[in-house]
Write a protein that binds this ligand. Structure first.
Ligand code: COA
Ligand code: AMP
Length: 633
């Protein structure tokens, strides 16, 4: 099929408001929009400013009442808990309506924040949708974060209530959530009124009388009383959720998503970007703690009447590198969406794809990759073993969906390995220099998006318009700064090469090296430190910390290095994957005192490097080389 990309992108360019007005017809509104965009509202404008709607209604009731009550909405498959369950649209709506009534009984109403700190179980999806149903703003916190990170989010969001489970399950270990939550609430200055906790069979959590409530008991009681909460009418511009993501400091950014624009954009993407029809099975192998999980495990597939999958497992080791192929065969999955790291992990353990031969993956039409740069080798390997198109697409927590991609539903453009292809309708993407001047094709520059951002992108940061403007809108006036760098080729294809800030990408997880440096610096023996992202053949990058000890510290450096590794795990969490700290005598700096992290990264990556002309003392670089050699880097 010839691609209709040019025609559709051209239609958006010619009249963005008409384009989004048309897309908005696919959503059930309580009060349909009469105004499509208000340029004067908010930080850069608001979409559908006079419309009202309910996201949970569109995700569940619309389908349950519209002929899909018996169709599978949510498949839960957990090799880690040895459990499988399927919820139809009818069942999921009932579960969510009951849980929403439980939340209301706890005093949660429209605009209240609810933290969801849960593993990959169906109740996490229900928790999000129950909040959406009554207009409470959910904020999901990934289970791999430590108590301190959770506390920071509690202090910013000030939740009335926390929904949690007794544990998550990682291969070979139970992650006890409750002690982490209790510690986080102790650390936080803003205390939630109540906690609703789901006891899992793998771990019984202790409860604090008066504050903690048993999930199952509350839901059972609400069911026997026949309680179900109806969908609440919300402004399209009301927040649906806050999702915290790494910023350049230890304080994460609270990305806000609204209700109306988000629904319009995600619904549009299911057919046009992913080529999915209602009733088909769409699997995003991510976690509800990340944006991919929000958009493509929970909201988009359900808004579209598709079947979504909640997988509590890993690409390898649960039990083997055939896990993904087993899932595809068992649930007749049409499209799989994951991070390149997952495929690198499978390739490493099963380079000849022997496990694939045990299963039929004939239902699979497309593999989508995002979250980090898709290296051409991995893309080529995936294409070869699966025999389906492998589509890289680029996006960010802030945008909530793809910015640059290849629209499967409109007919594919030729795939070029290393490029996520072209801008999506809604996005005028430019490559510019510091003076906001376009750079030539083939030359690297900063990637920016002309304002306004399309529906579904963040309207602001939670209660912080100022940080929104400062972080994203001030450096390139009239544009949104993506903080990614890249280039465009002569054919208009975009290449996303890396971040311009201190964010690193570890196994598709976005992490702040600045945040890690704050932790390293808090160790009593550390005078100075620097954290860089070092190339890693599996995870893309892994963090590497350099520390200079305070004068007079005569403890064994190896012990201090171990303490530093443990400290990052304790303060940020296992997800930081911080496994190596190196004590050095001095850090290389410019004459004006700026630490030369870029040069240290080149040394650690074994890339070609030269001492920058501005360096204060070139001998320090040799010391770094020696220190890394001793560590086997
Ligand atoms: N709760 C608690 N801990 C978690 C966790 C969670 N939800 N998720 C990960 N962790 C822990 C891991 O157990 C690991 O701990 P360890 O240091 O004790 O081994 C640590 O965090 C680092 O996790 P990760 O970087 O994911 O490495 P891994 O070795 O456990 O797994 C892969 C490697 C490749 C299998 C895994 O990273 C993966 O599936 N990646 C796919 C990428 C992805 O889903 N990205 C999401 C965005 S699209
Ligand atoms: P997150 O907000 O966690 O989704 O991370 C967003 C960042 O991940 C982007 O700013 C990029 O640096 C990186 N990223 C995501 N998808 C891609 C991709 N397809 N290619 C290159 N980088 C990507």
């Amino acid at each position: 099929m010839a691609s209709r990309y040019e025609e559709v992108y051209g239609a958006w360019r010619a009249n963005p408001e008409a384009f989004w007005a048309q897309a908005a017809r696919e959503v059930d509104w309580i009060k349909p929009p009469t105004q499509i965009f208000d340029a004067d509202a908010g930080v850069y404008g608001h979409w559908f400013p006079d419309a009202t709607c309910n996201t949970c209604y569109n995700a569940l009731d619309r389908h349950a009442d519209g002929g899909r009550a018996e169709q599978a909405a949510l498949i839960y498959d957990s090799p880690l808990a040895d459990a499988k369950r399927i919820y139809t649209y009818g069942q999921l709506r009932d579960e969510v309506a009951t849980l929403a009534a439980v939340l209301q009984d706890q005093g949660v109403t429209k605009g209240d924040r609810v933290i969801v700190y849960m593993p990959m179980i169906p109740e996490a999806v229900m928790a999000m949708l129950a909040c959406a149903r009554i207009g409470a703003i959910h904020s999901v916190v990934f289970g791999g974060f430590a108590a301190k990170e959770l506390a920071t989010r509690i202090d910013d969001a000030k939740p009335k209530l926390v929904l949690t489970a007794s544990c998550g399950i990682e291969p070979g270990r139970i992650v006890k959530y409750k002690p982490l939550l209790d510690q986080a609430i102790d650390l936080a200055s803003s205390k939630p009124q109540s906690v609703i906790l789901l006891q899992r069979p793998q771990e019984a959590a202790s409860m604090i009388a008066g504050r903690d409530h048993d999930w199952a008991a509350l839901v059972t009681a609400a069911k026997s009383a026949g309680k179900q909460a109806p969908c609440v009418e919300l402004a399209a511009t009301d927040p649906l959720y806050i999702l915290y993501t790494s910023g350049t400091t230890g304080i994460p950014k609270g990305v806000v998503r609204d209700n109306g624009g988000h629904m319009v954009a995600l619904k549009w993407s299911m057919k046009n970007m992913y080529g999915i029809e209602p009733g088909e099975v769409f699997w995003a192998a991510s976690d509800v703690g990340w944006v991919v999980g929000h958009s493509y495990i929970v909201y988009a597939p359900l808004l579209h009447g598709a079947t979504t999958v909640c997988f509590e497992g890993k690409p390898v080791g649960t039990p083997d590198p055939g896990a993904f192929w087993r899932m595809i065969e068992e649930y007749k999955i049409t499209a799989l969406f994951t991070a390149p790291t997952a495929f690198r992990a499978i390739k490493k353990e099963d380079p000849d794809a022997k496990h694939l031969a045990r299963y039929s993956t004939k239902s699979l039409r497309t593999l989508f990759l995002a979250g980090e740069r898709a290296d051409p080798d991995t893309v080529a390997w995936a294409e070869r073993i699966l025999g389906v198109p492998v589509i890289d697409h680029w996006w960010q927590t802030e945008t909530g969906r793809c910015v640059v991609g290849n629209l499967v539903g409109l007919g594919l453009l030729p795939v070029i390995h290393g490029s996520p292809t072209v801008p999506m309708p809604g996005y005028d993407v430019r490559i510019v220099d510091e003076a906001v001047k376009p750079v030539e094709d083939g030359k690297m520059g900063s990637i920016v998006i002309k304002l306004p951002l399309p529906p579904g992108c963040l309207p602001t940061l939670w209660q912080n318009d100022e940080r929104m403007s400062e972080s994203y809108l001030s450096e390139f006036p009239g544009f949104y700064k993506t903080a990614d760098a890249g280039f465009r080729d002569a054919g208009g294809y975009l290449y996303i090469m890396g971040r311009t800030d201190d964010i690193i990408n570890v196994a598709g997880h976005r992490l702040s090296t600045g945040g890690m440096e704050e932790v390293l610096a808090s160790h009593p023996n550390v005078a100075e430190c620097a954290v860089i992202g070092m190339k890693d053949s599996l995870k893309g990058e892994t963090p590497l910390g350099f520390i200079v000890l305070k004068a007079g510290v005569d403890r064994d450096p190896a012990i201090i290095e171990k303490e530093i590794v443990a400290l990052v795990r304790e303060k940020i969490g296992p997800v930081a994957a911080f496994k190596m700290a190196v004590v050095v005598d001095r850090l290389p700096k410019t004459r004006s005192g700026k630490i030369l992290r870029g040069t240290m990264k080149k040394i650690a990556d074994h890339d070609e490097w030269t001492a920058p002309a501005t360096i204060d003392d070139p001998a320090i670089l040799t010391e770094i080389v020696d220190a890394l050699q001793k560590k086997g880097v």
